[in-house]
Design a protein around this ligand. Structure first.
Ligand code: ADP
Length: 594
């Protein structure tokens, strides 16, 4: 990312705050002139006092000078304080507003991105979060630098330089020559540091991601007693980071010393030149202080240059990935425009091949028909591609080739949001949001009344348990057990009331009692809809009117339970394994004994 690109990218965010910027700029100009007053006052003071000394004037006759000086300095300080307050306040306001806009726009944008964006390894949650945070904070700092720090400093420097030239051409020249040397050194410093900064970004992203992974895997780490190994792995990245930080500091300090040296040479030159002019009686004594203060007004802002360079560089590096995320228009979900008044739910996949973005080929020439208003079970071993079928049917991913039809219309022609509004998805572990039970159910239909919420909960067979809680529907949903949470998800689905329902291993995470408890609610949600269920539960599979068997990304068998069982193929094998694992003989015997 180049500075001009960065500028172009930031401009739309700054534009709405034009007025704020004009106010800040106006105050900046006033402040820059006010900042020079001290130099003039000091010159006046030294000259007047040296006159008094030379003329041996009594102290009481010189007192009015002190009065004038105090009045001017006080007046200047009052104006300067007001200006500074305004500058800081409006600058800060600008910064806060822009930070808010950056955050909001990136959140709005990534919500429109397709699933592949989120499953991309580069966008793992820790990395994405660091990239967004670092991008926003460096961009906000850049805006702060520019409108709160740089502009006032540079305007002050330029005004001071003009006064130096007005005072004496040669003195002005010393000031003017120092500036480009300083610029050059700062620019070299920034160039040297940019590599380190890029590494730092990489280390930060990985470190944060590693910490998140560590917390996620804490049970496994502890059960295998791998704390030492994990700590050692983390230490490596810390060491690399430290090394990088030390190199950054070393480079910075070398360049800082060099710049300090140049500045001192400038001051010495100003003193020598002015002393010469004073001795030559071309100037008064006060000129020495006057010039040094003016030179200081030039060099102080320039001294900040490396910080500004650093931060611009930071902004270039961090904003690069921030804007890559913000402007990833190719990641936007595609959508058609077809919005039929009614969906029946006849689904057909024809010769569908699908490859995940990481290259894993998950579906091979898959063809299947899912009849409307029936229950179709997808059966197969883990990794067979069952969830992938649901992913492509929900338009979370797009087939690499082949076609999918819903009610005879190609899925790609459907308005994606409309399609998803007509599909209900119940997963292995349904996401329960932080908040009340009522709000979690209401997620299925945001504007539903509490009565509708209750009716949905009744249909999902969870109402009775909710009202027994001390706070009823206002209880925290996270407190519910896995089985109860699953029924909340089903209640949500009743409110959404879609004609098509995909159930992806809805009971896989539940114990036998919970599975038994949610059976009623699952049965209720299936009625009168097109249902596709992925399950390893025998009872749910034999409930289906149609079974599709998958193996290694292919459809290998297709028919009713009886047909497939008699076929003595893959289904027979899987079904028998499931039945055997239940140890039916013992179960039957135990139940008979009772
Ligand atoms: P099933 O639901 O039958 O257990 P999946 O559809 O989840 O199988 O997986 C099919 C294949 O696709 C597997 O090899 C799996 O590793 C791979 N896969 C699943 N999800 C992803 C993903 N998000 N990115 C890459 N590969 C994936």
């Amino acid at each position: 990312m180049t500075i001009s690109n960065l500028y172009k990218n930031i401009l739309p965010f700054v534009k709405p705050y034009k007025n704020l910027i004009f106010i800040a700029l106006g105050l900046t100009v006033i402040g820059s002139f006010a900042a020079q007053i001290n130099a003039f006052v000091l010159k006046y003071t030294v000259d007047k006092i040296s006159d008094l000394l030379v003329n041996k004037t009594p102290l009481n006759q010189g007192l009015h000078i002190v009065g004038i000086i105090s009045a001017i300095l006080l007046g200047k300080e009052i104006i300067y304080s007001i200006v500074q307050f305004g500058q800081k306040f409006y600058g800060e306001k600008l910064k806060i507003m822009i930070a808010r806009d950056f955050s909001q726009s990136i959140v709005q944008k990534i919500l429109t991105y397709r699933m592949a964006f989120y499953t991309n390894e580069e966008n793992e949650s820790g990395k994405l979060q660091t990239r967004i945070d670092a991008g926003i904070s460096s961009l906000t700092r850049l805006v702060q630098n520019f409108f709160i720090d740089i502009l006032p400093l540079f305007t002050t420097a330029i005004v001071a330089l003009v006064f130096m030239f007005l005072a004496n051409f040669y003195v002005g020249l010393v000031g003017l020559i120092t500036v480009p040397i300083y610029f050059y050194i700062s620019q070299r410093q920034a160039a040297r540091l940019s590599g380190f900064r890029r590494n730092m970004r990489y280390f930060r992203e990985n470190k944060n991601n590693q910490i998140i992974n560590l917390i996620d895997s804490i049970t496994v780490i502890k059960s295998f007693v791998r704390e030492k190994e994990e700590a050692a792995r983390h230490q490596q990245i810390q060491y690399d980071m430290t090394e990088n930080q030390m190199s950054t500091r070393k480079t910075s300090y070398i360049f800082d010393s060099l710049k300090s040296f140049i500045e001192q040479i400038g001051i010495v030159l100003v003193i020598i030149l002015t002393a010469y002019f004073v001795l030559d009686e071309q100037m008064t004594l006060g000129a020495i202080m006057f010039h040094i203060m003016l030179f200081n007004n030039v060099s102080a802002p320039i001294r900040q240059l490396h910080r500004i360079y650093d931060e611009v560089n930071d902004a270039l590096i961090y904003s690069e990935s921030f804007f890559v995320i913000l402007k990833a228009d190719d990641q936007k979900e595609s959508t058609g425009t077809y919005r039929p008044t009614h969906i029946t739910g006849a689904i057909e996949m024809r010769n569908v091949n699908f490859e995940y973005p990481n290259g894993i080929s998950a579906l091979h020439n898959v063809s299947m028909k899912i009849e409307p208003n029936q229950i179709t079970a997808l059966v197969g071993l883990s990794g067979a591609g069952k969830s992938t079928v649901i992913n492509v049917l929900d338009k979370f991913y797009y087939p690499s080739s082949g076609q999918i039809f819903l009610d005879g219309v190609d899925l790609s022609e459907y308005d994606t949001h409309f399609l998803r509004e007509n599909i209900g998805l119940v997963l292995q572990k349904n996401h329960i949001f932080k908040g009340t039970i009522a709000d979690n159910i209401r997620y299925g239909k945001i504007d539903s009344s509490i009565d509708e919420v209750k009716r949905a909960a009744m249909k999902a067979y969870i109402h009775e348990q909710i009202i027994e809680l001390p706070k009823g529907y206002d209880s925290e949903a996270h407190l519910l057990s896995g089985g109860q949470q699953q029924r909340i998800a089903i209640a949500r689905m009743f409110l959404k009331n879609p004609p098509i329902i995909f159930l992806d291993e809805p009971t896989a995470n539940l114990d036998a009692i919970a599975t038994e408890q949610i059976k009623n609610s699952l049965d209720a949600i299936k009625v009168g809809r097109t249902v596709v269920i992925v399950s390893h539960s025998i009872s749910q599979i034999i409930d289906a009117s149609h079974i599709i068997v998958m193996e290694k990304g292919r459809v290998v068998e297709d028919g009713t339970h009886e047909d497939l069982y008699d076929l003595k193929g893959v289904y027979h094998r899987i079904f028998s394994a499931m039945a055997n694992s239940l140890n039916l003989d013992k179960i039957t015997k135990s139940m008979q004994d009772n």
